[in-house]
Write a protein that binds this ligand. Structure first.
Ligand code: CTP
Length: 435
């Protein structure tokens, strides 16, 4: 197949200059010059090329080198005083410039898979082979960086056409078998860009989904794909697509996209928007919010099994289990009380991570409860009694479990405005100590 080279290479050069920061643009030109000097060909590859053509920002600079990419990465690092970390086994290198700018360099390669999901065997090869091993045509575009001609689009597989036609298309029929994570990637790109998975590709995808290929992925790899999907702007649609392709079963066989779950995912979107607007300086793990939402109809033990299977990191696992345990009772408790005392709200919400609070607001569908959560986050959560253990000791109290009881009571009194000053607190301690 003849590569489709851009009709007017200057167009892409101009596009690069317009859409990339001056820093990245200049660095790419320097890389091209260095490639010329070293007698190798260097290309910009991967998501950045796609996003450049689509007009999206992407800061992941991936360079593929026809020739010895590792030697090139070292030369690049030498020339610019950058740090370089070479992963010889994979023929990839990370170059970190003194100003913190990072890029990945890889030797252009062809890959073969001993069996599905196995790590591929890699051999140095041409850019054409390097692009062929990639997931979709839209991700198999490259831009030549050598000075002549800098910015030339290398398009062997019709990626530019598919970008214009808004199509996700695999390069060959074994793509999903070689790497089943691509099943999720196809859905991710389809939903992110509002593209369509081309008919033959969708047939292959559904065939892969109907087999047990995905089950062969390690927990962390599956988790990574699912979390990346849930990190997208509108994960509810992606989850629907996962359900259509019968992929939810790989998380748990009991997981299904019920009407309740569909409603909840949509309410989570609203609840997250509310949180971001209300607390812009308190970012949270959006993907985890949706993940916890997905688990809503699973029992605590089924959820635990999913967490284990995906090998979620400890902090995420902990937040999931706290939310699972406390959201439903908190919801019942808040719904029961018309206007709870601040200390009651505090007690009800204190064990929930922020992600659990967002879930609670989504499930409550009540502005009153959103207001209570808001007051808790902005005010109650930060209230502390002014006396501490040392002060209790100074007041002559014998250390023991009584300290916790008194400090809890002081906090409650502070929250509800029963005490306002240190002196008030001291008075209360004296009263409590007598009993
Ligand atoms: N790639 C692939 N198959 C995979 C993963 C990655 O072919 N399973 C290739 C694609 O060419 C992709 C590139 O590696 O463009 C970089 O992968 P990655 O950084 O994961 O994705 P991006 O395409 O950059 O997507 P995103 O914008 O979500 O980071």
């Amino acid at each position: 197949m003849k590569p489709v080279i851009s009709q007017d290479r200057h167009t892409l050069r101009a596009l690069m200059r317009r859409r990339l920061s001056a820093k990245i643009f200049n660095r790419l030109q320097e890389i091209g010059r260095l490639a010329d000097a070293g007698g190798v060909s260097a290309y910009l590859v991967g998501g950045l090329v796609r996003d450049l053509l689509l007009g999206y920002t992407n800061l992941d600079v991936d360079i593929a080198v026809e020739g010895d990419g590792m030697a090139f990465a070292r030369r690049l690092a030498d020339r610019y005083g950058a740090g370089v970390k070479v992963f010889d086994r994979f023929a990839t290198a990370l170059v970190v410039f003194p100003d913190g700018f990072k890029l990945d360099v890889a030797t252009a390669r062809c890959e073969s898979y001993a069996h599905p999901t196995a790590l591929p065997t890699v051999e140095p090869s041409s850019i054409k082979d390097d692009l062929y091993r990639r997931d979709f045509t839209i991700n198999a575009l490259a831009l030549r960086l050598n000075a002549t001609p800098f910015g030339e689009l290398v398009d062997f597989y019709g990626g530019r056409h598919d970008l214009s036609a808004k199509i996700i298309r695999v390069l060959h029929a074994r793509s999903f078998v070689d790497d089943p994570t691509r099943v999720f990637r196809a859905i991710r790109f389809e939903q992110r860009f509002g593209f369509r998975i081309e008919t033959h590709t969708l047939t292959l995808l559904k065939k892969a989904a109907a087999s047990d290929l995905v089950r062969r992925l390690s927990g962390p790899r599956l988790r990574n794909e699912v979390m990346r999907l849930l990190s997208e702007q509108a994960p509810a649609r992606a989850v629907r697509r996962m359900a259509e392709c019968d992929l939810l079963r790989f998380l748990h066989t009991g997981l299904a996209l019920t009407a309740h779950l569909t409603g909840l995912l949509s309410d989570l979107g609203k609840s997250l928007a509310w949180w971001t607007k209300r607390f812009p300086r308190r970012p949270l793990d959006r993907a985890l919010v949706y993940f916890i939402g997905l688990m809503d109809e699973l029992s605590a033990s089924a959820t635990h099994a999913v967490v284990k299977q995906l090998a979620l990191p400890g902090d995420q696992a902990n937040k999931i289990s706290l939310a699972k345990k406390h959201v439903a009772p908190a919801l019942r408790s808040l719904a029961r009380q018309r206007s709870p005392q601040p200390s009651e709200t505090y007690r009800t919400l204190a064990d929930l991570p922020d992600e659990g609070l967002v879930l609670l607001v989504a499930k409550a569908r009540s502005t009153d409860i959103a207001r209570l959560v808001s007051a808790y986050v902005t005010t109650q959560q930060h209230v502390r009694p002014s006396l501490n253990g040392a002060d209790l000791k100074a007041l002559g109290l014998k250390p023991g479990p009584i300290y916790k009881k008194i400090l809890d009571r002081l906090l409650e009194a502070r929250l509800d405005g029963e005490v306002k000053t240190r002196a008030d607190e001291r008075e209360l301690v004296k009263k409590l100590a007598k009993v």
